[in-house]
Design a protein around this ligand. Structure first.
Ligand code: B12
Ligand code: SF4
Length: 510
């Protein structure tokens, strides 16, 4: 039988703001790379094992990997699930597989991750082309072959002692980005249990994940996304935005809607509206086809204002865009400049004014960053005041997280158990003596006691009238938020460990 390349998402805790019915999205990265492997290496079997969406715990996963006996196992985790990534790598190694790591976390921690001895190769940046060449090189089995594959790191083993000292990590030259995203094969949805995603979800029913673009034109300090799909200009990584054509996207959506019966699209783009043309043109094509499908996306406020003027936003909303996530971050231009965020305070105000006046059916969620050097309780109160003025449906306060690969990361922060990265959950740390304890206390106090008129007005308007979906999602998020924060306060008061707010499902070890 042909060798098997198995992509695995291991069991993991849930992010508490997601309902169990939409906590796991279709694994688009794996589906995209799997399609490429299938297209280019016809003698390789390719499978994807998404354990959490099947509610499969560690014991069953171990048996399943043993049964399938893969030659290669692919892993790509967020920092917060590093523990699970390393545990999976160990399991796969025990079963005799070569372990390949990649993605927004492992792709930036090659040196220390390889030093654990649990991974064989790390793929940096975009995966599709690199992985094909990598599998060919691993089959050849020589270090010389590996060294010819651009965009990877690996440990030079015994065979290359002559070329390098044993145990040295070799990083090959960067991989060129795929020039035209339309040349990528359609993602291998058939390898995913498509019917399970969003199966019981009210707000994101029959969820599909889809990408319009890769990378971003921005280069915000705290963001790993523009780096993950950035372009090397000599030694320097620079932001690069690439988009698919509207026609290609229409083909993907037709497939998702007509063959896989998907009813909601979760755009996974770092910034869905970075390109001024494609989202609007795609929306026109969908409308022409009579396809109207619910959609959520991360967007920039300045681009939203631009698209409101061009008419592109109206088309997007017309074709189903009903949930937007805005990285607003801060209430003043000074700290936005510190973060190198170029979408400003005035843009956020204007984008929200447009949404509220012209697109009342669109749910708007804002995210804000705290924990910059010099932040004090006063800063937190200022952010909260700004939030109230904007009339968002919901907001997240995210502690500045020094993800590996972003500005501010230091090698000394690596933890070979991965436990340290549990804190990278983008949730308030919640610990009474944690690094942001004073700021988080100020936030809680402000939420409880600070009721300016704009906030009261916003609540009344949202709770009493308006679009039904918006009201429903808003209520659910508010209830979930209250539950998450109160239970953390309670657990902290009892001195119990709360795993940084993550929720371990009952099937985790099963
Ligand atoms: C969809 C999504 C979610 C969904 C679904 C997550 C899930 N577990 O199912 C939801 C909303 C639930 C979610 C939650 C969270 N997410 Co999330 N999420 C994403 C998102 C938007 C899309 C991922 C995606 O499909 N990308 C499209 C694919 C094609 O791109 P890609 O993943 O980069 O893959 C390419 C390469 O990186 C590489 N590659 C990737 N994996 C691998 C593996 C191998 C073996 C190889 C060779 C190559 C490779 O090749 C791929 C193809 O070229 C990303 C942001 C983004 N745009 O990537 C954030 C992102 C992954 N999430 C992030 C975070 C922090 C979280 C949360 C902790 C907090 C939060 N809510 O934001 C939670 C925790 C989730 C959990 N543990 O379950 C961060 C991770 C940062 C980090 N360095 O760890 C990201 C990068 C967003 C960000 N703002 O920085 N998330
Ligand atoms: S605009 Fe958004 S996606 Fe682009 S670099 Fe900044 S934070 Fe990242």
């Amino acid at each position: 039988m042909n060798e098997l390349f198995l992509f695995v998402r291991p069991p993991r805790p849930l992010w508490p703001f997601n309902s169990p019915s939409s906590a796991f999205w279709p694994l688009l990265a794996f589906a995209s790379m799997a399609a490429m492997l299938r297209e280019r290496l016809s003698d390789l079997r390719v499978e994807i094992l998404d354990a959490p969406v099947r509610e499969m715990g560690w014991r069953t996963l171990a048996a399943e990997i043993q049964r399938r006996s893969p030659a290669f196992v692919g892993i790509g985790e967020e920092a917060v699930s590093c523990v699970e990534g390393l545990r999976l790598a160990k399991l796969a190694k025990t079963c005799g597989a070569k372990v390949i790591g990649g993605g927004c976390f492992f792709g930036h921690v090659a040196q220390p991750a390889l030093a654990t001895g649990l991974l064989d190769v790390i793929v940096h940046g975009e995966g599709e082309v690199t992985l094909v060449e990598l599998v060919e090189a691993l089959r050849e089995g020589s270090v010389e072959a590996l060294a010819k594959v651009n965009g990877i790191s690996f440990v030079a083993g015994e065979t290359v002692r002559a070329a390098s000292s044993a145990g040295e990590v070799i990083t090959t030259p960067p991989r060129q980005l795929v020039a035209d995203l339309d040349t990528l094969p359609l993602p291998a949805y058939d390898l995913l249990p498509v019917e399970r995603y969003g199966a019981r979800s009210l707000n994101h029913p029959r969820l599909a994940a889809i990408e319009l673009s890769r990378g971003c034109f921005g280069s915000c300090d705290f963001c790993v996304l523009w780096r993950q799909m950035g372009r090397f200009a000599g030694d320097r990584l620079v932001p690069q935005l690439r988009v698919k054509s509207p026609e290609r996207l229409r083909e993907e959506i037709r497939l998702l809607v007509r063959c896989y019966h998907r009813q909601y699209l979760g755009w996974v783009d770092p910034c869905f509206n970075a390109d001024p043309r494609v989202p609007g043109q795609l929306a026109e094509l969908l409308l022409r086809d009579g396809i109207r499908i619910g959609q959520s996306a991360w967007v920039r406020a300045d681009a939203m204002v631009r698209d409101a003027h061009s008419g592109a936003l109206a088309n997007c909303v017309g074709s189903g865009l009903n949930e937007v996530y805005l990285g607003i971050e801060r209430p003043d231009s000074g700290s936005l400049a510190t973060l190198h965020k170029t979408s400003g305070v005035a843009d956020a105000r204007e984008a929200m004014r447009i949404l509220r006046e012209q697109f009342p059916g669109v749910l708007a969620i804002g995210s804000f960053i705290y924990g910059l050097p010099g932040d004090s309780p006063k800063t937190i109160r200022a952010i909260h005041r700004f939030v109230s003025e904007l009339e968002l449906d919901q907001f997240f306060f995210i502690p500045l997280t020094k993800n590996w690969g972003t500005a501010g990361w230091g090698d000394e922060l690596w933890d070979p158990t991965g436990e340290r990265f549990r804190e990278f959950s983008f949730l308030p740390t919640g610990h009474p003596h944690g690094r942001h304890a004073e700021l988080e206390r100020a936030l809680l106090w402000s939420l409880l006691t600070n009721w300016p008129q704009a906030r009261v007005r916003g609540y009344l308007r949202h709770w009493l009238g308006g679009d039904a979906r918006r009201r429903r999602v808003r209520r659910r998020l508010a209830a979930r938020g209250a539950r998450v924060h109160l239970s953390r306060i309670f657990r902290n008061a009892l001195g119990a460990d709360d795993e940084f707010g993550l929720v371990f499902p009952r099937w985790y070890e099963s």
